[in-house]
Design a protein around this ligand. Structure first.
Ligand code: PHE
Ligand code: NA
Length: 502
């Protein structure tokens, strides 16, 4: 079977697909909540330092290695890690962790994505609660809190929108990289940026531009966060999550570039667009809107209640009280939906690539099997308490850090500085100096190591002590899933060795 791997049809399509991968709920929900929770300006310095020292280097590494691996017929971390160890089974098995991470994430991510679609239509058709006009945030939000809890319980409606979301993802992935993912991004991303700018302006201008105070709160840079380990952990965690790094999601997309693609440019565009939608658009919507409606004191209060409070309860409460409120709430949730959709495709594609490139399955078979696993996981997240949080904790924070460390060590040190440098400068217009490789190869791992250390000492033991049976159920599921993918990595090895060289 000599099947050719797909490549992105156009340069614009490639950039928009990669931007769609990175831009997601992380930008519009997670970022404002974390920034507010960690004191706005205090959060931003560790955030920008992490962006420069970790985010950008790892982004470029994943693009360079993705192109390298794609030329050799591999798009999933299973195959990619194997490449550097003569396709050894153990290396492929470790690489599978890099496929397990995005799939474990998409299992809950797609459930949240379906809320955004559901809330969009419920807003439009007037099924959301009526806003209460009051300056007390708790009173104003109460109906929306109740509504959110009832919806995600889950309600029947939520189940219907979950299926609509799953089927939509399924269809797009089935259509493939070019006709599915690339086209979705080409339509979705410009719309996303337009709607984001629109809502940003509306939020900032609310109540005679008081909203601007919210933006100032985020950009009131101060050094206090630099001393706090938790702020560092959360800021660097946000950088990985928002740039889709540390799990091969970027490398998988990069494996579909044409052989001579300028991956440095592509990486810089990806990071640039993502950061624009995060620190400009993301910073201008939820926090400024909340600021304008409820004042400065409400911000940390709201953030404490978790990531969903701001986006699913505070935002509709605010928007619905403005003129054309239903329409504005619709725009907000559709904006979130597009952001989430282009990311859930990117989270699932690594598994599709694993089945296609390593198991040599047909595209249809690979997509069907991948989506069945996502369907299963999404339902576990929807119906079993604490599943969502556990998956987010392990896959979205712990494993991510660990795998990023593995990536840097293998791609720079095992591959070799000379080899990596050759790939880095091959067919790229910006020639980075070799010191960049040495710098990245040492500073980034040390950075991750220290964050990991704080992390283990501050959080891990507490987490493991909790006796909640649902959490243990989720942990067993995670473990079984990782083992399952590792087994696939090992049994598919023979097919790779025997298969025709592509
Ligand atoms: N970066 C996406 C976001 O900000 C999430 C994501 C992570 C998408 C990993 C793909 C891969 O929401
Ligand atoms: Na992002």
């Amino acid at each position: 079977m000599d099947r050719k791997r797909e490549t992105w049809a156009t340069k614009a399509g490639l950039i928009l697909a990669a931007a769609g991968n990175a831009v997601g709920l992380g930008n519009l929900l997670r970022f404002p909540s974390k920034a507010a929770l960690y004191g706005g300006g205090a959060f931003m310095l560790p955030y920008f330092i992490s962006l420069l020292l970790l985010g950008l280097p790892v982004m470029l590494i994943e693009w360079v290695i993705g192109r390298y691996a794609g030329k050799r017929g591999h798009g999933s971390m299973t195959g990619i890690l194997g490449l550097f160890f003569g396709h050894a089974s153990w290396a492929r098995a470790i690489g599978s962790l890099g496929v397990a991470i995005p799939i474990l994430i998409v299992m809950y991510y797609i459930w949240i994505e379906s809320w955004t679609l559901g809330f969009a239509f419920l807003s439009l058709f007037g099924a959301m609660p009526e806003p209460v006009i009051t300056s007390d945030p708790h009173q104003a939000m109460e109906p929306f809190v109740t509504f959110f809890k009832t919806y995600t319980a889950p309600s029947f409606t939520a189940g219907v929108f979950l299926w609509i979301t799953l089927v939509l993802n399924w269809i797009i992935l089935q259509r493939g990289v070019v006709k599915g993912i690339e086209i979705t991004a080409k339509i979705g991303m410009p719309a996303l940026i337009f709607m984001g700018l629109l809502l940003g302006v509306i939020s900032l201008s609310t109540n005679n531009w008081i909203g601007i105070e919210g933006l100032k709160f985020i950009y009131n840079l101060n050094l206090s966060g630099l001393k706090d380990p938790m702020t560092w952990i959360e800021a660097s965690g946000q950088i990985f999550f928002t740039l889709s790094l540390g799990m091969g999601a970027i490398a998988t997309y990069a494996s579909y570039v044409k052989p001579k693609e300028d991956v440095i440019k592509a990486g810089l565009w990806t990071a640039g667009i993502n950061e624009f939608v995060e620190v400009i658009i993301g910073a201008s919507i939820a926090i400024p809107a909340a600021f304008a409606m409820f004042g400065a004191l409400a911000i940390p209060e709201l953030a404490k209640e978790g990531t969903f409070r701001l986006g699913f309860m505070t935002m509709p409460a605010i928007l619905m009280s403005l003129p054309l409120g239903k329409l504005l709430a619709f725009v907000w949730f559709i904006l979130l939906f597009i952001a989430a959709l282009t990311s859930s495709l990117a989270l699932t594609q690594p598994l599709v690539a694993l089945f296609e490139d390593e198991m040599k399955w047909s595209h249809t078979r690979a997509v069907t099997f991948s989506m069945l696993l996502v369907v299963l996981g999404a339902h576990l997240c929807a119906y079993i308490p604490n599943f969502l949080d556990e998956l987010d904790f392990w896959a979205g924070a712990v494993f991510l850090l660990l795998f990023a460390l593995i990536e840097i060590i293998v791609f720079i040190w095992v591959f070799g500085v000379e080899n990596f440098y050759r790939e880095l400068t091959l067919d790229t217009s910006i020639k980075l100096p070799k010191s960049f490789v040495y710098f990245t190869g040492t500073i980034s791992p040390l950075f991750i190591f220290f964050i990991g250390y704080f992390w283990f000492s501050e959080k891990l033991l507490d987490v493991l002590k909790e006796p909640d049976p649902y959490k243990w159920l989720a942990r067993i599921f995670i473990l079984l899933f990782i083992v399952f993918l590792a087994v696939i990595a090992v049994i598919s090895r023979k097919r790779v060795l025997e298969g025709p060289r592509i």
